[in-house]
Design a protein around this ligand. Structure first.
Ligand code: 4NP
Length: 156
C-alpha cells in the first residue's frame, strides 16, 4: 500500500478537503487497493472535530464524501509511516522538516509544487481568508497532478 498524508495547520479546512478529493480520485482510478489516504494538522486545537463548515459545504456541492474524517494532530511517526507527506503551505513543510530533523522520512513536498505553472506555491488558509472556492480549485488541481506523479513514480 502506498500511503499519502495531507498536512495543514488545523486539519479542519485544507488537508481534510485534500484527503476527501484525493480519495475520490483514487477510487475513480480504481486504485483504492494500492493507495491509502489520510490527513493531519500540525496544530492541536481542533483534534476530534469534523471538517469546517466551509469545507463541508464545498465538498457537498461537488458530491465528495468526507464521512469518517476527524481532525488529528500529526505524530512524528507519521513521517516514517507515510510515503508521501504533502503540506498545504510552506509553513507546514517547514514544520514537518523541523520535526524530522536529520532522519530519513517519506517524500515531503508542498501540494502546489506539483502545479509548477501556477504563481502560487501555498494553498491560502480559508480559516482566515474565508475563500473555500479558491482552495477547492487549487487543491483539486494539486491532487490531480500529485496522483499523476505518484502513478509515474510508483509504476501503477
Ligand atoms: P487549516 O485551517 O489549517 O486549513 O485547517 C486552520 C484551521 C484552524 C486554525 C488555523 C488554520 N486555527 O488557528 O485554529
Amino acid at each position: 500500500m502506498i500511503r499519502v498524508l495531507f498536512v495543514c495547520l488545523g486539519n479542519i479546512c485544507r488537508s481534510p478537503m485534500a484527503e476527501a478529493i484525493f480519495r475520490q480520485m483514487v477510487k475513480k482510478n480504481k486504485l483504492q487497493d494500492k493507495i491509502f489516504v489520510d490527513s493531519a494538522g500540525t496544530g492541536h486545537w481542533h483534534i476530534g472535530e469534523k471538517p469546517h463548515k466551509g469545507t463541508r459545504e464545498i465538498l457537498d456541492a461537488y458530491h465528495i464524501d468526507y464521512h469518517g474524517i476527524y481532525a488529528r494532530q500529526i505524530d512524528k511517526k507519521d513521517l516514517f509511516q507515510f510515503d508521501y507527506i504533502i503540506g498545504m503551505d510552506t509553513n507546514n513543510v517547514e514544520d514537518l522538516r523541523r520535526m524530522a530533523g536529520a532522519a530519513q522520512t517519506g517524500y515531503i513536498a508542498r501540494l502546489l509544487d506539483f502545479v509548477p505553472e501556477t504563481d502560487q506555491s501555498d494553498v491560502p488558509d480559508p480559516y482566515f481568508t474565508g475563500n473555500f472556492t479558491e482552495v477547492y480549485e487549487l487543491v483539486s488541481e494539486g491532487c490531480e497532478r500529485l496522483l499523476q506523479f505518484i502513478r509515474q513514480r510508483e509504476g501503477i
